[in-house]
Design a protein around this ligand. Structure first.
Ligand code: IDC
Length: 438
């Protein structure tokens, strides 16, 4: 845990860290849509995923995993790419990769955490491409981990391209008996088509031949929103046990801005459904999904200042503790914002956050619109002038268009109506390139 301030010692982590002498994680199984422990009590796993083991092996170490546990994580995912360069099926050192998986599982156990062994297909969009290697790999791994209770197997990260559910299911039905021969009760997570978004297809035709199977849904908060959440909820209602074995706070490229608002909405849904989730990714790669700043060369013993924006958000999520904002982020935040009047609307503008990434300054603003005309309206539009050409990265609860130095924001269907004297809140956007002129 970070040593931040004495006051933080009173914060109650959402997942309490293991006390000394507490027993190692016990076996899990699937009941209905839920992951449960031996006593049938629901268990929600929450944790982080490594980046590709071949590229970032250094984070697989005892101290790092112990610290993740102290932060509140109870699961770590060991992501082993298959077909990306250096992956298990593309020139990777197989012995070294398997050893990393074994070490990772051992260190996860030692820290009191579950471990997910992830066969990380991606550019090989159909898991049947490397099915033979997968069968041999899972045979060896499930034999090695047969006596361990804390291992879950994720047999195909993200089927994509034209790979449909019947193809994924056929592959799963090849891998499942191999794992079950060695490790009869282990929980197995099966990917779903279209980068793990088509849980509806699995719900319509689930695997009935084996128990303790869960289905992966993946989301990136900057990209995937209500549609995917609705699909997830419908599949859960239809009885599908879902495991969010990968999610990002940013967009689906693994980069872009961290969308805290959408991430929070996702967490709310997963907490409500009791869904387990794992954040992408534990590395210092220069991309916004990486938890560590690219300048951080530590591989354990992280301090708050080592964490990226996403890393801070994940730390706060897992630990329930708040990291005070970094001084430089606050530096250009006006405390009260400012007001401007347009067409009978009082517009309150606040600079919520600003940050640097890849040599660019990003600023997040929030708007509050209050009617001062005394007449109800069925739509609104606001023009905001910047001190130079402005680039829009993201916006919510409004329609946006940026031209030159002007950003135009207008109403969505659901917040178009403002009663006389009424207020619209939660409108916000992220821009780069210029500062809002006051
Ligand atoms: C991304 C990594 C990036 C790496 C790339 C390889 O963040 O550094 O170069 O893979 O192609 C996924 C995948 C996951 C992706 C991630 C972000 O499971 O491997 O990682 N993402 O693009 N699905 C949706 C997003």
């Amino acid at each position: 845990m970070f040593i931040l301030a004495a006051a933080m010692l009173t914060a109650v982590p959402a997942t309490p860290a293991m006390a000394a002498g507490e027993k190692a994680p016990g076996p899990l199984h699937v009941e209905g849509t839920q992951l449960v422990d031996e006593g049938g009590q629901p268990v929600q796993l929450r944790g982080v995923s490594t980046h590709g083991l071949a590229w970032f092996p250094e984070y697989v170490n005892a101290g790092c995993f112990k610290q993740l546990r102290e932060w509140g994580a109870n699961v770590v995912r060991l992501a082993m790419y298959t077909d990306e360069y250096g992956g298990y099926c593309n020139g990777g050192d197989r012995q070294a990769l398997k050893q990393l998986v074994k070490d990772g599982v051992a260190w996860a156990s030692e820290a009191g955490m579950y471990a997910i062994v992830d066969w990380h297909i991606l550019s090989d969009s159909d898991p049947s491409i490397h099915a033979q290697e997968a069968l041999a790999f899972f045979d060896e791994m499930s034999a090695a981990f047969a006596d361990r209770d804390n291992v879950l197997y994720e047999i195909c990260n993200e089927p994509n391209g034209g790979t449909d559910w019947p193809a994924v299911k056929a592959y799963a039905l090849q891998v499942l008996p191999v794992i079950r021969d060695n490790d009869p009760d282990a929980v197995v997570i099966v990917g779903t088509p279209n980068w793990c978004q088509m849980v509806d297809q699995a719900a319509a035709d689930p695997i009935t031949e084996y128990g303790n199977v869960m289905y992966a849904l993946h989301f990136y908060a900057g990209t995937h929103r209500d549609d995917l959440r609705a699909r997830m909820e419908a599949a859960a209602e239809a009885g599908l046990p879902i495991f969010v074995s990968e999610f990002g706070t940013c967009d689906a490229s693994g980069n872009g801005v961290v969308n805290e608002e959408q991430s929070d909405i996702w967490i709310e849904l997963m907490d409500r459904l009791g869904t387990s989730y794992v954040n992408w990714n534990l590395s210092n790669k220069d991309e916004s999904s990486a938890m560590l700043k690219s300048g951080c060369t530590k591989t354990s013993g992280f301090e708050p200042e080592d964490l990226s924006w996403s890393g801070r958000w994940v730390y706060e999520l897992l630990s329930g503790e708040h990291i005070p904002a970094e001084p430089e982020a606050e530096a250009d935040t006006p405390s009260t914002g400012y007001q401007t009047a347009q067409g009978g609307l009082q517009v309150g503008v606040t600079l919520v956050n600003s940050w640097e990434a890849e040599g660019e300054t990003y600023r997040q603003y929030g708007l509050t619109l209050t009617d001062t005309s005394g007449t109800a309206r069925e739509g609104w539009i606001v023009e905001l002038a910047f001190d130079g050409d402005v680039t829009l990265l993201d916006g919510w609860n409004g329609e946006y268009s940026a031209q030159g130095n002007v950003l135009t924001v207008s109403s969505k269907d659901y917040n178009a109506a403002i009663p006389a004297g009424g207020t619209v809140t939660d409108v916000g956007f992220i821009v780069s390139g210029a500062v809002l002129a006051e």
